[in-house]
Design a protein around this ligand. Structure first.
Ligand code: ADP
Length: 264
């Protein structure tokens, strides 16, 4: 049985006393080394969930437990050590003048020794395939490369959970593919829990489990194939099932399957 890393217990949240509730009684868990996708239409509450996981917001009702600790004003610094986040806009995430400065930044803040920082810069840039760009200025990189550096910067401080909040939304298809491949590899290597937040159903295919949000509530929670089988209901809540998932489903009915294996 895998250990629970994150637990939301009956969490409700609103952005002010007079504002509407944007999360309503949400309960779910995230396990060690799991890949969980959170999907939903724009405004369904996904980013709010991410911010609650990182102690950027606190719920008015319910509890959030991360790695055994309730998230409160007192525990946020511990929580933030465990939860790394990469956001949508790659340009808003750079603080260094070179790629390696950027990866070093989080470690400097946490007082890592110099030798350890050098080792981790090398290790983590290699993990995301960016080791040859150590001295490059971030603005010279493509969107996908920038996001890979942002992932390396987060991984350098050894979080237990990596959250990608629409991290591929501003990328072209190649950049998007690079990121999905990168996170899949680093999750396996680092035994990380991975939470990918998206409004694009194509990005949930690789996840082990999917939570579907609709207007601040958990609409469904299941493996990707089960989610895709509800394509008409998904369309009603503003989510388009990708063509490849429909095709796979239809072929299955005829006894055929699609595989990722190369044809020899
Ligand atoms: P998603 O990530 O699924 O697009 P969000 O969590 O960003 O959804 O937003 C959920 C709801 O909360 C939306 O109705 C949005 O307008 C509202 N909201 C988000 N941020 C704020 C804010 N800072 N102040 C007031 N309302 C907000």
């Amino acid at each position: 049985m895998r250990k629970k890393l994150i637990e939301f217990r009956n969490v409700s949240f609103r952005y002010g006393d007079e504002e509407p509730w944007v999360l309503k009684n949400c309960s779910f868990e995230v396990y060690e080394n799991e890949w969980l996708a959170i999907i939903g239409h724009n405004g369904s509450g996904k980013s709010t969930i991410a911010k609650l996981m990182n102690g950027l917001l606190f719920p008015q009702e319910g509890e959030i437990i991360i790695n055994g600790q309730q998230v409160t004003e007192e525990t946020i610094w511990d929580v933030r050590k465990d939860v790394g986040m990469v956001f949508q806009n790659p340009d808003n995430q750079f603080v260094g003048t070179t790629v390696q400065d950027d990866v070093a930044f989080g470690m400097e803040n946490r007082g890592f020794p110099r030798e350890e920082m050098i080792k981790r810069i090398e290790q983590n840039l290699t993990a995301v395939g960016m080791q040859d760009y150590r001295l490059t200025e971030p603005h010279r990189l493509s969107g996908g490369q920038k996001q890979r550096v942002a992932i390396a910067s987060v991984l350098a401080v050894s979080p237990k959970v990596l959250i990608l909040d629409e991290a591929t939304a501003m990328l072209d298809p190649k950049g998007r593919q690079e990121i999905m491949r990168t996170v899949s590899n680093v999750r396996a290597e680092h035994a990380l829990s991975l939470i990918t937040i998206t409004h694009d159903l194509r990005e949930v295919v690789q996840a082990e489990r999917v939570i579907v949000m609709n207007s601040g509530e958990i609409w469904d929670e299941a493996i990707p194939r089960e989610i895709f089988s509800k394509k008409d209901a998904l369309r009603e809540i503003g989510l388009d099932v990708p063509f490849v998932a429909i095709l796979t489903d239809e072929l299955k009915k005829t006894g055929m399957t699609i595989t990722n294996e190369p044809l020899n």
